[in-house]
Design a protein around this ligand. Structure first.
Ligand SMILES: *[C@@H]1O[C@H](CO)[C@@H](O)[C@H](O)[C@H]1NC(C)=O
Ligand SMILES: *[C@@H]1O[C@H](CO)[C@@H](O)[C@H](O)[C@H]1NC(C)=O
Ligand SMILES: *[C@@H]1O[C@H](CO)[C@@H](O)[C@H](O)[C@H]1NC(C)=O
Ligand SMILES: *[C@@H]1O[C@H](CO)[C@@H](O)[C@H](O)[C@H]1NC(C)=O
Ligand SMILES: *[C@@H]1O[C@H](CO)[C@@H](O)[C@H](O)[C@H]1NC(C)=O
Ligand SMILES: *[C@@H]1O[C@H](CO)[C@@H](O)[C@H](O)[C@H]1NC(C)=O
Ligand SMILES: *[C@@H]1O[C@H](CO)[C@@H](O)[C@H](O)[C@H]1NC(C)=O
Ligand SMILES: *[C@@H]1O[C@H](CO)[C@@H](O)[C@H](O)[C@H]1NC(C)=O
Ligand SMILES: *[C@@H]1O[C@H](CO)[C@@H](O)[C@H](O)[C@H]1NC(C)=O
Ligand SMILES: *[C@@H]1O[C@H](CO)[C@@H](O)[C@H](O)[C@H]1NC(C)=O
Length: 615
């Protein structure tokens, strides 16, 4: 399959079908629509550069407020009861008081969850951890960890993590195994969610080269009417249309190759508020990230010299949420309504540009890292796609290896915003600055997050995590000081590895003075197999397909990783799960609230913090 001369195949298949494109329902639904802007619309909301006076959008503030008052009080009680499943573990009284709500709404913890990039491996790892935190899963309830997912205010993702976060949000927040494996009842089909379908390779799903070439031809067709409407089409569109088959409603295993279906075309990020669980404030608020390639990378500003880190840390990090797209970073400090993303100016507005498939593509477009030369790019795995775009939709003056988004922020933040004069934003994978775990949106002061569960499945050697994303975040926060606060973490991979900090959950920020304002970070990394098992979760980022059985075995191992805590040696020398881990997790989740209320850390929490904190 890999020996296929995909270029020739793709073009042979695509060119005869060019006219058919105009008929394809997916092509029609993927093309943005231009119309006069609504009279009252403001396409730029400035949040300024002062982190203390930055405000959330009214819609986000309303969502969080409603979730806090109508959903979270019960969610915290449920979680508390789940922790108590192991009644031998006595929790200090302050945990009971805080979580049962006897000290009021404001006393509750403010939890965010960040789930990292790292391709399909990271999506699976993140999903496995979320399942362990899911209060709807009885196994997780019995394990004493279930329910935290329901208490989170925010869920952020980037790259492979964005596939998880957005597929979950738009599929109406199903349980994680259902999300991955699908449960579309026979005949439901249509616009429901058919699962991640990991048995189909994301880039080369065909049974043979011809089938893959035909598939790629279909993807090109699907993007062609976007181009015809005057919008740039790049690798991100083609990649995104393929991601749509896995991470957006509208595809099942039976109709995967059916070119007459929309395959999620037309489903936009700004339409997620219509999904029932979102309407009822039952989801953590989803946010996904992208980087921009603006400016020259300053080597000294790149703290980790690993392949793939090519974006300067000081560049704005863009966030996409269901209401707004933009950046809280002081260099930009502005947002545009996600619904009107892609608008050429403030008279003519675009709708339908914010397709979920495209946003998932933007967050995971790391193909620019293959572009060390044109020859290198063209001989890479996506070379045929670049050539296919170039030959069928020739465009000048834009990069084809990155996402192109008409710049909503032209003329904004002159003097600090490097793209203030650009017609297009050139956006790439949210991890290309090295911050591969999406902390940034959870550090925004206006969001008031005090506790972060950070799920890290990015790879270094042997495809295990080694703390890089925490190191990069620490450096970025220093660079942008005092906008954000982040707890101290080791400054090298070697330190992470020598202390086994990626091999078991680690708490950061346990002893930060209150004046620092940093969140407590509960770090759960894909750093090694659990309890001496043979490793299954360090698959390569480039592995874009899993059999359903392989994905299940992977998830089973993540279950052990996320429930074992810091394994203990039993009397016979074997390793066993820490029976106190669920209680220790509760201690960590409540710790910032405890401090705010002036309680002393007590009881089982004292020992937990000795074992799980890095200092
Ligand atoms: C609950 O979690 C367990 C352990 O990960 C998993 O095997 C099971 O399929 C899950 N149950 C449901 C209903 O999703
Ligand atoms: C996606 O499908 C699920 C059912 O599988 C449905 O509940 C949800 O509303 C759909 N989302 C969209 C955006 O159509
Ligand atoms: C692939 O297509 C080419 C040309 O269209 C044809 O010659 C070849 O037999 C096909 N291969 C397979 C495996 O179908
Ligand atoms: C990364 O490489 C650049 C130059 O290639 C160098 O200046 C910088 O010190 C290196 N950083 C680290 C952390 O090794
Ligand atoms: C706005 O964009 C539209 C579509 O590209 C264009 O026709 C129109 O001239 C632009 N208007 C202004 C005021 O720039
Ligand atoms: C795109 O096509 C043009 C014209 O055929 C060619 O000159 C150029 O090298 C191509 N670029 C890429 C990246 O393939
Ligand atoms: C490759 O990168 C260069 C900048 O380094 C850019 O000018 C060029 O357009 C890129 N090639 C493609 C096909 O995107
Ligand atoms: C991930 O692992 C692969 C294979 O070991 C390696 O080529 C790649 O550079 C690694 N990525 C990072 C970010 O270290
Ligand atoms: C997974 O990790 C083990 C042990 O570190 C290593 O031997 C193996 O090669 C790794 N597998 C992959 C696919 O990187
Ligand atoms: C790290 O784990 C290894 C076993 O995997 C153990 O031998 C070593 O003592 C641990 N190091 C620390 C600092 O806990």
């Amino acid at each position: 399959m890999k020996t296929c001369s995909l270029v020739t195949c793709v073009l042979a298949f695509f060119l005869p079908h060019t006219l058919a494109a105009a008929q394809s329902i997916a092509a029609k639904q993927y093309a943005p629509v231009l119309q006069p802007c609504p009279a009252s619309i403001d396409l730029v909301r400035s949040v300024g550069s002062d982190p203390q006076s930055q405000k959330l959008s009214l819609e986000e503030a309303h969502y969080i407020h409603s979730r806090q008052s109508s959903i979270l009080p019960t969610a915290w009680v449920d979680y508390y009861l789940n922790v108590l499943h192991d009644t031998s573990q006595l929790l200090p009284l302050y945990i009971t008081q805080i979580l049962l709500g006897s000290l009021g709404l404001d006393a509750l913890p403010n939890l965010g969850i960040a789930t990292s990039g790292g391709g399909l491996r990271a999506a699976l790892f993140g999903a496995g951890v979320l399942s362990v935190l899911d209060g709807r899963n009885q196994t997780s309830v019995q394990a004493g960890t279930g329910g935290l997912l329901q208490t989170a205010k925010y869920l952020s993702g980037l790259s492979g993590g964005s596939w998880l976060v957005l597929s979950l949000a738009q599929a109406d927040f199903p349980m994680l195994p259902e999300l991955i494996f699908g449960t579309t009842p026979a005949g439901a089909g249509g616009d429901s969610f058919g699962g991640w379908l990991p048995q189909f390779d994301i880039l080369e799903p065909g049974a043979d080269a011809n089938a893959t070439a035909a598939f790629v031809g279909t993807l090109l067709e699907e993007a062609s009417l976007k181009r015809a409407a005057g919008f740039p089409v790049t690798i991100t569109d083609i990649w995104g249309r393929s991601l749509a088959r896995h991470f957006v409603n509208g595809t099942t295993a039976d109709d995967f190759f059916d070119a007459n279906l929309p395959h999620g075309a037309g489903i936009t990020l700004s339409s997620v508020p219509d999904v029932p669980s979102f309407r009822n404030y039952e989801q953590p608020f989803p946010i996904v990230l992208a980087n921009s390639v603006a400016g020259q990378p300053d080597p000294s500003a790149i703290v980790i010299n690993e392949s793939g880190v090519v974006v300067p840390l000081a560049n704005p990090i863009y966030e996409f949420n269901v209401y707004e797209t933009g950046s809280f970073d002081a260099v930009l400090g502005a947002f545009t309504p996600t619904q009107y993303l892609g608008s050429p100016n403030s008279s003519i507005c675009a709708t339908g540009f914010d397709q979920i498939s495209f946003i998932e593509g933007v967050s995971s477009t790391l193909f620019n890292t293959f572009n060390t030369s044109t020859a290198a790019l063209l001989s890479s795995s996506i070379g045929p796609l670049i050539e296919g775009i170039n030959q069928t939709m020739p465009q000048s003056g834009i990069r084809l290896d990155s996402a192109q988004v008409p710049n909503p922020f032209r003329g904004v933040a002159k003097g600090t915003f490097m793209d203030t004069d650009s017609a297009m934003l050139t956006l790439v994978d949210g991890g290309e600055d090295g911050e591969t775990t999406p902390f940034q949106p959870l550090l925004v002061q206006a969001r008031g997050i005090d506790t972060i569960i950070a799920i890290d499945a990015v790879n270094t050697s042997d495809n295990w995590a080694a703390g890089d994303s925490l190191i990069a975040t620490q450096e970025r926060v220093k660079l942008l000081s005092p906008a954000y606060s982040f707890p101290p973490v080791p400054s090298t991979q070697e330190e992470f590895l020598a202390q086994n900090l990626t091999k078991r959950p680690t708490f950061f920020g346990c002893n930060s003075p209150p004046s620092v304002g940093d969140p407590l970070v509960i770090y759960i990394a894909n750093g090694g197999p659990p309890l001496g098992q043979a490793p299954l979760t360090n698959t390569s980022t480039g592995q874009l397909t899993y059999t359903p059985e392989g994905a299940q075995r992977f998830l089973d191992q993540v279950y052990d990783i996320a429930t074992q805590g810091l394994p203990l040696s039993a009397s016979d020398g074997s390793l066993v799960k820490d029976p106190e881990w669920p209680a220790c997790l509760a201690c960590a989740v409540v710790d910032r609230a405890r401090r705010r209320l002036g309680f002393e850390r007590a009881g089982i929490c004292v020992g937990c913090f000795e074992r799980y904190c890095w200092s």
